[in-house]
Design a protein around this ligand. Structure first.
Ligand SMILES: Nc1ncnc2c1ncn2[C@@H]1O[C@H](COP(=O)(O)OP(=O)(O)OP(=O)(O)O)[C@@H](O)[C@H]1O
Ligand SMILES: [Mg+2]
Length: 224
């Protein structure tokens, strides 16, 4: 199963390259309507590629086959990398991104790449459920000397109490929300976050009040 999913990446990459070619090189021969169609195909292809990567990551995490690379990580740099990745998306939705480091600790030991992806997933969720013009913040603090705590906070619609645990399950999405782009996605992002944080010996949970926004928080051991 994993091999098949993995090998799906190739044909999708080919389709993506051909669509790019069509838009860049041959677009003069296309009508506006055809260009729109090609763009829609491109977006769908990108979505498919993301989905395949998420499925692969989840399967690796579930089978404990994801190799972690634990190194000393700079807190500021980690936040910057994650915020950088979502900045275009945030701008397109006029969301202000805020970063607050409320700890003296400059570094801790973890897997940098995995942590960036966890934060990017949480920030993307926060951005997509937020109304245009609102704010999304990421805060780092330390309650104890041995752990680091991250919170990604939005002013979006919130998550009902009875869903704050379930929402981490595979493919679970909240329905009937007329909130811009919130309907997109596959319901795998939070599952990845939970498996990744737990693989790094941390804990992840949600503090939310319906109508008042959501804080997704996780703690990780500071290590060494
Ligand atoms: N900050 C949030 N506020 C309100 N609802 C949220 C928030 N984060 C996630 N959700 C809800 O939880 C669902 C699951 O989130 P998850 O990240 O797992 O999947 P997704 O964002 O729908 O798709 P994917 O991350 O795979 O692209 C979302 O569809 C959304 O309904
Ligand atoms: Mg998501």
């Amino acid at each position: 199963m994993e091999f098949i999913v993995h090998d799906l990446r190739n044909p999708i990459a080919v389709i993506s390259i051909i669509l790019d070619h069509l838009l860049l090189i041959d677009s003069r021969g296309l009508t506006e309507r055809q260009k729109e169609d090609v763009n829609a195909c491109k977006a769908a292809t990108k979505r498919m590629a993301t989905l395949i990567n998420s499925i692969l990551d989840l399967s690796r995490l579930e089978n404990k086959k994801m190799s972690l690379e634990i190194k000393e990580v700079n807190v500021e740099k980690l936040l910057e990398s994650a915020l950088d990745e979502v900045s275009v998306f945030a701008k397109s939705r006029q969301i202000k991104l805020e970063k607050r480091v409320e700890t003296q600790r400059e570094t801790f030991y973890t897997d940098y790449r995995v942590m960036v992806r966890v934060l990017v997933n949480l920030l993307s969720n926060a951005i997509k459920v937020s109304l245009e013009g609102s704010e999304v913040s990421v805060i780092v603090n330390t309650d104890t000397d041995t752990a680091v705590k991250f919170s990604v906070i939005d002013q979006g619609p919130g998550i009902p109490k009875n869903m704050t645990d379930k929402i981490f399950d595979k493919f679970v999405q909240l329905k009937n929300r007329n909130l811009g782009v919130a309907g997109e996605g596959s319901g795998l992002g939070l599952t990845f976050c939970k498996l990744a944080v737990e693989e790094l010996d941390g804990r992840i949970w949600i503090d939310s009040e319906e109508g008042k926004g959501t804080a997704v928080r996780f703690t990780l051991p500071a290590g060494k």
